[in-house]
Design a protein around this ligand. Structure first.
Ligand SMILES: [Zn+2]
Length: 447
């Protein structure tokens, strides 16, 4: 049994002093507050629970920073998507696995202990099925296994290029299934997640533009796991949905599907006040990806209104343009401040913004991935510690200093009791990042 002694730790939603945490068989045993350190305890200044990352497309890690040159006209999500498709269309399974391993490794280094992998790149480069139709799911699982991160596999069903069942575009050929093919993919997904420790399975209709109502209702019967969907990321998507159905995407979804606490609505960015209320009442998680949403110029989700109405949220690194838990939480708060021209928007009166952001994302992220979280006896031993060697700090403000200040990094991280990060570096970093550099150089040379 390993024991970690933290001078301070986030237990529930409070920063507690002298916390002694035992780990056995991947789970937290006793959590003693106000304890004395014992000989042999591993000592850390400040320990936090590992965070679920509820939304990722790992393969997009390869294009981080490569779509930041202005084009001839106004750039948009859609011009970014063109670059993303170019890379996505040329990648082979070995390359995909190397890119996924890099992204997952960085997630663990940055405080994420589990990832919801919303995976839609399924087929060979010409759009044909691989001999193993679940080749890419196997590769994602292998990357998760190699890095130690917990995996919630969310195979994506994608069938159409627009509302009303439009035929897919050529650039989408690697994404496309019919329902029978997808049911077989889910069978293999069940086997993969049964074999991989710390994993589970849900599914993801890509978006209302990519599935028909009939397909959506068939998909919801294929799993008892989490259901994730991209829902209202772009204004054009909202306009197209209104043209097709007369109503907005979130409104349509809440009217036509039994949306409840199993659901995660990713990028519910463009919503009316009525939709915000209905979403909060549904119990679904709002999947917020503030770094990517800022990078893509998506817009700002009205988080403070949603939270005030009891809405729950988690955060995701989505395009993986910059994998950083603290940046996700910081930009979530800053986007609200900019929109509302106010400060400390997300916290309740008297509460630390950092503690509020962190604890709500922890609970919401765990719900979205049907996992457990927090420093509590019986939970998976998912933890990380901060490196406070370079800054003056106060326990009371510690999480705010980490998220909003400078100079504090992550020191160590454990997932299911395995110490995977030490001194800020993942145990497999040298090998994983060397492979990643080669693969991305090859892809850039080919492009
Ligand atoms: Zn996404």
């Amino acid at each position: 049994m390993d024991v970690i002694f933290a001078d301070y730790a986030l237990v529930g939603d409070e920063i507690r002093a002298n916390v002694r945490i035992s780990i056995a068989e991947g789970r937290l045993g006793s959590v003693e507050v106000g304890a004395q350190p014992q000989a042999g305890d591993e000592r850390h200044a400040f320990v936090l629970p590992g965070m679920p990352n509820l939304h990722s497309h790992t393969f997009q890690r390869a294009i981080a920073g490569l779509a930041e040159t202005r084009g001839p006209g106004a750039d948009s999500f859609w011009s970014w998507r063109t670059v993303m498709y170019q890379f996505g269309l040329s990648m082979n399974p070995d390359q995909l696995e190397a890119i996924a391993a890099q992204a997952f490794m960085e997630m663990v280094e940055q405080g994420f202990s589990r990832v919801g992998e919303f995976h839609y790149l399924h087929h060979d480069r010409d759009g044909s099925l691989y001999a193993n139709p679940a080749e890419h799911l196997d590769r994602v699982a292998a990357a998760a296994g190699a890095t130690g991160i917990g995996l919630t596999m969310l195979p994506v069903f994608y069938a159409h290029s627009g509302f009303g069942g439009l035929a897919p575009a050529d650039g989408q050929r690697r994404f496309i299934h019919d329902l029978d093919q997808f049911a077989r993919l889910m069978e293999r997904g069940t086997e993969i997640t049964r074999e991989l420790p710390g994993s589970n399975l849900g599914l993801a209709p890509h978006s209302l533009r990519a599935v028909t109502p009939e397909e959506l209702s068939a998909l919801t019967t294929m799993t008892t796991g989490p259901i994730h969907i991209h829902v209202a990321e772009q204004v054009k998507e909202v306009e197209d949905c209104i043209a097709w159905s007369g109503v907005r995407p979130v409104e349509w979804l809440l009217d036509h599907a039994l949306v409840n606490g199993r659901w995660c609505l990713v990028h519910a960015t463009h919503v009316t006040e009525n939709e915000v209320t209905a979403m909060a009442n549904s119990g679904a998680i709002a999947g917020l990806c503030p770094v990517t949403e800022a990078n893509l110029g998506d817009g700002i989700f009205p988080a403070s209104s949603f939270i005030a109405q009891g809405g729950r949220y988690g955060v995701g690194s989505d395009s993986n343009v910059s994998i950083s838990l603290r940046e996700e939480l910081q930009i979530l708060e800053y986007s609200q401040r900019l929109a509302e021209r106010s400060r400390n928007v997300i916290a309740a009166p008297g509460q630390s913004t950092g503690v509020s952001l962190f604890t709500k994302a922890l609970v919401g992220g765990a719900q979205a991935l049907q996992s457990e979280s927090g420093i509590v006896s019986g939970a998976p031993a998912d933890l990380f510690s901060l490196d406070l060697s370079n800054v003056p700090w106060s326990a009371k403000h510690m999480i705010d200093q980490w998220i909003f200040g400078a100079g504090i990094g992550i020191d160590c991280a454990w997932v299911r009791g395995r110490k995977l990060v030490s001194g800020g570096r993942h145990v497999g970093r040298d090998e994983i990042s060397a492979r990643f550099r080669t693969v991305v150089s090859d892809l850039m040379a080919a492009g």
